[in-house]
Design a protein around this ligand. Sequence first.
Ligand code: WT7
Length: 635
Amino acid sequence: MSNYHIKNFEEYYLIYRKSLRDPESFWEEVAEEHFLWHKRWDKVLEWDFKKPDVKWFVNAKLNVTQNAIDRHLQTKAQRTAIIFEPNDPSEPVRYYSYRDLYHEVNKMANVLKHQGIKKGDRVCIYLPMIPELTFSVLACARIGAIHSVVFAGFSSKALATRIQDSECKMVITADGGYRGEKTIDLKGIVDVALETCPSVETVLVAKRTGETIKMQKDRDKWLKPLTEAALGECPAEIMDAEDPLFILYTSGSTGKPKGMVHTQAGYMVYTAYTFKNVFQYRDNQVFWCTADIGWITGHSYIVYGPLLNAATTLMFEGVPNYPDFGRFWQIIEKHKVNQFYTAPTAIRTLAKENLDYVLNYDLSSLKILGTVGEPINEEAWHWYNNNVGKKKSPIVDTWWQTETGGVMISPIPFATPTKPTYATLPLPGIQIALMDEHGNEIRENQVDGRLCVKFPWPSMARTIWGDHERFRETYFSTYENKYFTGDGAQRDEVGYYRITGRVDDIIIVSGHNLGTAPIEDAINEHQAVAESAIVGFPHDIKGNALYGFIILKEFGETRVHDNLRKEVNQLIAEHIGPIAKLDKIQFVPGLPKTRSGKIMRRILRKIAAKDTSDLGDTTTLLNPEIVQAIIDGAL
Ligand code: WT7
């Protein structure tokens, strides 16, 4: 039996128990058997959840790209590493072998070096889903620069905040990006962002759409001539196990996004391990994760996890409904995809369309289906299982977070029996705790609680860039000696977990993690707005949609309200991005507040969900009369 590859349920139990009994030797064996190290660790783990301070593979030396690329060259150089499926299905597919990937990444690494990027420098990557995105990420890792990928759907303001926060020296972008029928002027967005980003010295521009763009002298450089002139070999920088590998921003419950810092060795070991087991990946299979590399799902399961296992990973530039709603199924047939990993919101969108879109394609290559990002409802689970998996492909409902780096709770296909809407059991090495309202751990089954992790795992984020205190406060201060996820969960009679959703001020809309505070900040910038509160409400396709309650400085005529609604959404799009736009906006005379001035969101959530039969205790409100007024005007 190998620790690295779990093949049945009995093995899962044995390995899980071993990982509890002796986590250090468990991870040590995994690390020893499957990776290339320049120097071995002195100690597997040092940890203290109070500070918090966590170190894995202490003092080990390595380079992640040597593990993800170089070591495959001996026997697998010709294997396809990346299949690039363009937005436009008539444009030729591009295939990159591991040998090609090696050269592309090394050339790009040399370009970064020539442009003055050194170990520890931050490089912001703002690219569409084109191969240059993967090359840029790995080129940074090659030379020890810290990548900070920003999803190319974020606005110039959101991009600027992220560049400023980590003081990036370089931005890698493209002239534009394709998304279905739209083209997005990425370089224009970067130009606006950089008006307020003095740390950026160089902008590298990949050519994709061929639109005319402005190039600022000395600062902006086309990528292609530089990579063409660069050498195809670049020595790998030897990194310490705990050096940062990347920063990835995620929403927080205050205005500023949190730059989660992931480190080299632990992230490498854990993403490789979970990729292998959660997707039961075998040599020469084709794996497709539909996420964008701008999110953690793409980092871990389009780039690092697959490449560390010498897998073939498919990168799709487009959207599920272009040229029509059959696109995902067409791609699966075309490339004989074996593992398909997507989000509930995509499943629900496609399930609404004519079933012929699915039935028109041969999906017999599929072996495993995955879902991630938000709770999957029972109906969507069955639709996916019946129509896509034809009841023969197990569904892995994978629960995890930007902060956790890799999948934490998930079935192991063909081992763990699945159960609709349940993420089932923790993976080896993951010790879950459910907490009650008094802060005590609940030991029994068939309970509801707050989801925590009580022992470190290799790919956990180590800090928030530039704000360790916020890291401690957000994740380690709610419950003593535990990492608090911000999620609620149920445990059933056999110990399976079902994630019920966020219990904090974060709302997941179409799988995107959005904080209410930054949206409210954006709205409050409108000169007519006095105050606002955002809550989520159930939505058929998006899972949750956003409902804004807004107090205007002057209530005014209803005629102007429609314009105001547009302006408010415009502001949100500028500050955050179109994904954070509100579905409903209600102008209200006041907001329900406690005596200490806190908005009672619980009440607003019920009103938004049209579920006002039982509003609970409203006697502690400063202004109980406001509740009825809001209900009367509800949309
Ligand atoms: C939040 C993290 C990690 C991948 C993408 C999201 C929710 C994630 C599930 C799932 C129910 C899920 C949680 C979590 N979530 N996966 N399988 N079932 N909820 O990463 O943007 O950091 O969001 O997504 O609420 O806390 P993220």
